[in-house]
Design a protein around this ligand. Structure first.
Ligand SMILES: *[C@@H]1O[C@H](CO)[C@@H](O)[C@H](O)[C@H]1NC(C)=O
Length: 258
């Protein structure tokens, strides 16, 4: 945890610096190759990369699943990096990089040549996890709730809400993993994996609004009078990456529409 924070602290400052200074309104650069269609494709790639949920993929179960899994992972990451370097200004590229950083770190134990104990542990939980992996909607709920913050004119308080939604998502994951075939140990391994995917943003942005405090139990309901009806939210994008980016961009009153 400490080490991660050290790495991410500069990103944290960047994020807030960005939300204060950004004067650009649009998400996508105005170039012919930067279409809405391609944006949606990247969004779906992200969902597939993360693996959990309706648009996810199967978790590897044996060593022979790994080459295909890793090849696809690299393909997904490369296609996203390409899109992002083509279509986003450098500042926004940096937000995305947090996700690549997490994604790469999360899949790393699967995609090294070494047969580590960690890898063995991960493969063993594949068969059980795969019975529910496509039905887990915790991440989808998190994405929807994060996106619903976009029209609220509550400045940086949005981050606190987003952080508490993340805490909810972890509780949700803990609940859905209460299935017969899942051992306690396997559950912990999966929860670690989940934390490592979504956690980077949280670790550097959430302060006290985390699992380990009761801040989120006392957060007030969203103020209805701060809801700005004129803000349009793009609901076609389904990944947590774009929901959080939209949320961050909206903090200075930007439109969420790319
Ligand atoms: C999230 O929002 C999408 C699109 O609006 C909807 O289809 C989906 O059912 C929602 N998911 C959850 C878990 O509420």
């Amino acid at each position: 945890m400490m080490r991660l924070q050290t790495i991410l602290l500069p990103l944290f400052f960047f994020l807030f610096g960005f939300s204060i200074c950004a004067a650009k309104k649009s998400l996508l650069l105005d170039k012919p190759e930067c279409t809405q269609k391609r944006l949606q494709e990247v969004d779906r790639n992200f969902l597939r990369l993360i693996a959990i949920g309706e648009f996810g993929r199967k978790f590897p179960e044996k060593h022979s699943d790994l080459p295909k899994f890793c090849k696809e992972t690299n393909r997904l990451i490369d296609s996203m990096i390409k899109f992002i370097s083509d279509c986003y200004p450098p500042d926004e590229q940096r937000i995305f990089k947090i996700y690549f950083f997490s994604a790469k770190r999360t899949v790393k134990p699967f995609c090294t040549k070494k047969r580590t104990k960690k890898l063995q542990q991960l493969l063993e939980l594949g068969p059980c996890l795969n019975t529910i992996i496509n039905q887990i909607d915790c991440l989808d709920q998190l994405t929807n709730k994060t996106r619903e913050l976009i029209p609220y004119q509550i400045g940086r308080d949005k981050i606190n809400y987003a952080c508490c939604y993340y805490v909810d998502a972890l509780k949700c994951a803990e609940n859905v993993l209460n299935i017969q075939c899942m051992t306690n140990n396997a559950k912990d391994v999966i929860l670690d994996l989940v934390r490592s995917i979504g956690g980077d943003m949280v670790n550097f942005a959430c302060g006290d609004y985390t699992e380990s405090t009761d801040r989120c139990d006392h957060i007030p309901p969203l103020p209805k009078n701060k809801f700005d009806k004129s803000v349009k939210v793009d609901k076609k994008l389904r990944s947590i990456a774009f929901a959080q980016i939209g949320m961050v961009e909206s903090m200075e009153g930007f439109s969420a529409e790319p």
